[in-house]
Design a protein around this ligand. Sequence first.
Ligand SMILES: CC(=O)SCCNC(=O)CCNC(=O)[C@H](O)C(C)(C)COP(=O)(O)OP(=O)(O)OC[C@H]1O[C@@H](n2cnc3c(N)ncnc32)[C@H](O)[C@@H]1OP(=O)(O)O
Ligand SMILES: O=C([O-])CC(=O)C(=O)O
Length: 416
Amino acid sequence: MFGRSVPLAHSLLRNVPAGVGLRRWASTKTLRETLQEVIPAKQEQLKKLKAEHSQTVVGEVKVENIIGGMRGLKAMLWEASVLDPNEGIRFHGLTIPDCQKVLPPAPGGKEMTAESMFWLLLTGRVPSPNESSQFSAELAEKAELPAFMEKFVDSLPRTLHPMTQLGMGVAALNHDSQFQAAYERGIKKSEYWTYMLEDCLDLAAKLPALAARIYRNVYHPDNAIAPVDKNMDLVGNYSNMLGFGHNESLTEYLRLYIALHGDHEGGNASAHTSHLVGSTLSDPYLSYSAALFALAGPLHGLANQEVLRWQMAMQKEIGENVSHENIRDYLWKTLRSGQVVPGYGHGVLRNPDPRFIALQEFCKARPELQGSSMIQLVQKTAEVAPDVLKEHGKNPYPNVDATSGMFLYAINSISH
Ligand SMILES: CC(=O)SCCNC(=O)CCNC(=O)[C@H](O)C(C)(C)COP(=O)(O)OP(=O)(O)OC[C@H]1O[C@@H](n2cnc3c(N)ncnc32)[C@H](O)[C@@H]1OP(=O)(O)O
Ligand SMILES: O=C([O-])CC(=O)C(=O)O
């Protein structure tokens, strides 16, 4: 993991973005129009920060920071989210429960949509339900993959890890990068962001079709993929294209899952990578693809697959009726063999991850999921692991990956 970021503009200028936490019910602006309002003020804020504070010292560098790959240093500017070691993530000042209250859900749903979180992260403002649904409609218009992409994805071997396929697919989408084309034509620096934004929107719009196609090719190669429904939100379409139709539990879970993974401050490996690559003016497809490859490591995003493998191996060894004592023994066996316990510990967090808590609460509120032996195993493991890890001298708390992938596994078993 890398150094962490600091919301410098907030802490030094004490300027909280206007409108955070307020849902302006009547507003009907597009995302572009909202950003056109927000960006000039941000540019001014940055100018002021440079002019007034360029020489301000924000910390000291110790040898442990250097050995730790910048860990613990306040070393980058980040606006959209702040990660407090004890409290966890806030998105423009809002906790996950705050976001669940104020960010608009999809029609008929309760969970915030991925689109409304995306809007909040980009603008610092809570979209109105109207803005959010207009935004969903705009993304649905751009959601189809170009024909060359379908051919390309279908040509990849089923045995290639889906995450590798996703990174390759995202990078290949840069074939149609508006930023790259505009840069070659020659544009002013002040116009970069408009083309970058178009690429970001196009990428976000196409991710469901791309990820669903990879999933289909790897796991259900004989199934047809549902076409994009222009009246659905991003995740509604994703769930449908994955082959789960309108499975309410899965769709709502994925809405929450994707929204609460929207940002985790700037120092984690994937966010840091995308910004590093983007700083060379590589277009958003290339930057995001690089981020995916950072995320693909077992200490980062792949940990949720590792959790699944580890919990399944535990169940295979111990059987279905697992006691707390059995889990304790299995944890010690893992630790004594020199391996990490996947889903536990974190580069920054020193308390249970609020994303873990939100996903667990989602499961607990759904009786149909409580029958799953895998979901029960995750819950029981979380009751035992912290004490064992503490005794072993490790950071003992569950992170989001301790539960996120297990639910997907459980719902897949229930639905198929
Ligand atoms: C979305 C996400 O990416 S969340 C993270 C997902 N990753 C995992 O769940 C994998 C398991 N966890 C880990 O490996 C670690 O906790 C990490 C990679 C997340 C953070 O690691 P660090 O920043 O080194 O954390 P920390 O400073 O608390 O670690 C101190 C020591 O405890 C070890 N440790 C931390 N967590 C664990 C764990 N779950 N099991 C065993 N050992 C652990 C570290 O490897 C490190 O060992 P070292 O001193 O020999 O290098
Ligand atoms: O923040 C981190 O170091 C890792 C993480 O939880 C994430 O990126 O979601």
